[in-house]
Design a binder for this molecule. Structure first.
Ligand SMILES: [Zn+2]
Ligand SMILES: [Zn+2]
Length: 253
């Protein structure tokens, strides 16, 4: 019997783990009260759970065995760490929504993001922060470009609004068809003027500022016809806004 345990421990010492496991397993089966056999087996089994069971068996036989106590403590610490890792891997939370669990990560900054926040790009899922950062590199304009855009587009918009109100407004039914062509053209002309004035620099809100100018310049004419009670009259300035605004926003991206 002692031979079996000795052979097993020797096999373990020279690295023949499969052989050691076989011998020590046999020894613990034949002599389940042998602490040395259980401690030997604990050293050669593969999983942490098996090691824990071996140390526990040894402790049950000999409660103040120092090697078994130390071994069990160590194995349980490792098991707890493993469990904590498994938990945190399974429950990532969106860095923008602490309550939302997710499996996704931004492939640029590697932070976890939920499906609502993730933006699909040609290179994978990205978080809004990273998307914005890259857009900022694309936008080369300065804040003063917005003032320049408003300064240039407002008088041009005012001219366009007057043209629409007092020239095209007199065309009656044909107004709608002609506006379909003229409004985007007028808006395009304003865009080109703005682009030239800001030396072709791109800015995030350049289109909105320019479209805002068009609206501010045109709305007084709409109000004027509303006050006069002339519903047909406000058609022309309304069409300028309705058709011109999308053109400006699309062209000044
Ligand atoms: Zn990111
Ligand atoms: Zn989110």
């Amino acid at each position: 019997m002692a031979d079996l345990i000795q052979q097993g421990l020797t096999a373990a010492r020279v690295g023949k783990l499969t052989e050691a496991r076989r011998l020590l397993l046999k020894a613990t089966a034949e002599q389940p009260d042998n602490v040395t056999a259980w401690l030997g087996l604990a050293g050669v089994v593969e999983s942490l759970e098996e090691k824990r069971d071996c140390f526990a068996k040894a402790l049950a036989i000999e409660p103040d065995n120092h090697e078994a106590q130390t071994g069990l403590t160590l194995v349980e610490q490792k098991l707890a760490t493993k469990q904590a890792d498994a938990n945190s891997a399974g429950s990532l939370h969106c860095f923008r929504h602490a309550q939302t669990e997710t499996q996704l990560r931004c492939n640029r900054c590697n932070r976890p993001i939920c499906a609502k926040c993730a933006r699909r790009t040609p290179v994978g899922f990205r978080c809004p922060d990273c998307i914005r950062e890259q857009e900022d590199k694309y936008y080369t304009g300065t804040n003063s470009d917005y003032a320049v855009a408003a300064f240039v587009s407002f008088p041009l918009s005012l001219i366009a609004a007057m043209l629409f109100t007092f020239v095209l407004g007199g065309l009656g039914f044909w107004l709608i068809w002609i506006s379909l062509f003229v409004a985007p053209t007028a808006a395009g002309f304003i865009c080109e003027a703005v682009r030239w004035a800001v030396s072709k620099r791109r800015s995030r809100y350049l289109g909105y500022v320019t479209a805002g100018s068009l609206i501010v310049a045109t709305v007084p004419f709409i109000l004027m016809f509303l006050l006069l009670g002339d519903v047909w009259g406000l058609m022309a300035p309304f069409l300028l806004i309705f058709l011109g605004t999308p053109t400006i926003i699309a062209r000044l991206r």
